[in-house]
Ligand binder design. Sequence first.
Ligand code: 0A1
Ligand code: ZN
Length: 881
Amino acid sequence: MSGMQATYLKDYLPPAYRVTHTELTFDLAPAATRVKARLHMERHPDREPGDAETSLPLELAGSELKLIRIAVDGQTLEPGEFEVGDGKLTVATVPERFLLDTEVEIDPDANTALEGLYRSNGMFCTQCEPEGFRRITYYPDRPDVMATFSTTVIGDRESLPVLLSNGNPVEKGELPNNRHFVTWEDPHPKPSYLFALVAGSLEKVEDHYTTASGREVLLQIWVEPENLDKTEHAMASLKRSMQWDEETYGREYDLDRFMIVAVNDFNMGAMENKGLNIFNSAAVLTHPQTANDATFQRVEGIVAHEYFHNWSGNRVTCRDWFQLSLKEGFTVFRDQTFSADVNSAPVKRIEDVSFFRTAQFAEDAGPTAHPVRPDHYIEISNFYTLTIYEKGAELVRMLRHLLGWEDFRRGSDLYFARFDGQAVTIEDFVACMAEVSGLDLEQFLRWYSQAGTPEVDAHGEYDYATGEYRLRLSQRTPATPGQTDKLPLHIPVRMGLVGTKSGHDLTLTLDGEKLGKDAVIHLREAEQTFVFTDVEEAPVPSLLRGFSAPVKLRYPYSREELAFLLTHDSDGFNRWDAGQRLTMLALDDLIAAHRNGVEKVMDVRLVEAYRSLLNEPGDDKAVLAEMLTLPSEAYIAEQQPVVDVDAIHAAREFVRQSLAWQLRDDFLAVYRDNQSDEPYAPTPEQIASRRLKNVALAYLMSIEDDEAIGLTQQQLERGANMTDVRAALTLLAHSDRTDLAEPALKAFGEKWAHDPLVMDQWFTIQVTRPQPDVLERVRFLMGHPLFSMKNPNKVRALIGAFAQNRVNFHRLDGEGYKLLADVVIELNRLNPEIAARIITPLTRWQRFDEERQALMKAELERIRAEKLSPNVYEMVERALA
Ligand code: 0A1
Ligand code: ZN
């Protein structure tokens, strides 16, 4: 099957022909839409025919298209003058410069893959990244072909009053048979993956933004009428993003209008189509009564992310899909910094890193590990991964720290100026950074081509006699599939030495040079020793501050040293990290005790550490809430050589309950102190208070404290906002008290049956319970009238969430695995992209005991026996390789 063939980076060639201008006409109809395309084409100057050829054939990508007509320079081609098959259309000979006309018919209603043109709730919409445009028309559907677009959309006046596409509307009018049209022009050359069309019965909220140079921009958010009251936060986030990008990167918006559309059926979070961003409704709609704080913050981040793509992605795009992280890594870094700037910066970093160390580390350690710039793929849709996005962002963050902000900004300016309107590579980006700074980034580039998480081992020794502190660092990257030999990387280690007597950062003197109290040292060799001189007192090292490189850092800290860093480290992030490490040591003992059937004993030092956090809060509330949050089961699992699902769950519960018993009154006081009657606002202060309050309540509920039960019920009934309601409902629903759980779930389900995004939360809350009835519940809820396998949000809310429920998904009878495999098999047919994502937990079989390994592999084999899409095929083959 040709779809199963791999594409290699080393085979890259520029296209034989490029498009300078694209004219499209859509005649919309649910099952038979006509698309006419007129492409202004010319030979690519960098591609000469080989010696044996007189000309280069024209090859256009196309799939699931019914060709009606094709003409070159107005001359209709007869069968025999072109060839269709194998996902492409080939014309053997064409002139140097020509007009290509095609007309095709497509069936949006049959499109359950949600790539190309499809319908969602009666609305027409598109998703073209990475290779969806070929399902709309025949085209050189690759990012290095950039053209201006002129798009006419024709639709039914009654059912499709709103007709949108990229750029600016230039003409509209009425047509016979109750139809009308709008023509849009996008003057900025763009690749086909940034094309968008939306048509439907939508309503809008409008606002304006004046750019730094005085351009008036019309801002519109288009939604279904019932969602008009859920757009305020997205609009505010958009305006903040526009201003931030001007102030921070000197980037202004470049069209007269910027539109966002919310759609219910969408494979991912959102898409940065030029001037017409399309969002999963879950990633844009908020209301205090329907969305919690985390959602408000997620929406803000995604709105910013898509907006920032206008420069990092659209104006300067990727030469080929191997360069995906060029736009995604940079843009994630930009949105992370934005969110840090407008919220609590340390908390944003803590959240991002704890997610990264749980999920990206797991990807990097598993069978689907790949470099930030992969060198081959079967299905590019499978590479929208944590490695490309989040690790890519960590690499940009390292560059920013290596260069310092000023040079980094100059490098960014150079990159945008030099490559505006072009499709470029990751090397082009890094070369700009090297050029402005004079730094040698050759070794740094290995980060892009080498997969796997480097492990850094650190050992320190203080010599009282000489006042020397010797820090020995060594690095090693474990083998990953297809990459056995790893080279040393350039690892920036931000650090301090905290004096054990003074409790303060000591001045760092390295090789006679005074570096200050917080400095970056550069690990470049497999092993290196750094000798700090004039160290006045014995220190505890604080290493990898702010998570300055995406590595696993090991240092043999004692519990006393960790407790010391927890209170004395000047770096908030490392203070939090010390707490995590201290908790992990206690958890390790408890996991061992559970496995050996020995009685569990709580580490008093941990209790005391928590007591002092609660009683002498030195940090802001937001950081404190993070400090009081135990590592997740998934994170703990990441640290174990063989994952013991039940021991991890039992150990973590034991710590939670022990802390709750011993610090009951402190938690209760925190809860009381953070109750408020203020009207809801998604401000950092309010969010921190609510978070802290609900963390405290969760501890108290873990021991079914009577007073806490009352407070939880009150909080639910009061219904002040979805943050408090969802927290309370989750606590009741996850308690062993069926008498509390069932009525609360039932009432909530009835109250919100009309709101799909709230019902997604209702599904998730039920299937993340620790109780053993969950699998049956998932089966039952799959039959719920609101559940649909065709809606990715529902699939994620029910099946995706269940697969994160560690004790229940990993049941020893294998029923959890079987359920997921059944879903993958069904989705493989309906929506291969989602199928290939939802399968991930099964691909991690190597991490578990032999019994579970066998069960998981058996399900992968059962999937492999099906007729598979390239998406699922690639995932299964990698998992079983
Ligand atoms: N570029 C988008 C991500 C995205 C990728 C693929 C999609 O559909 C298959 C949709 C969105 C982003 O980074 O936000
Ligand atoms: Zn993106």
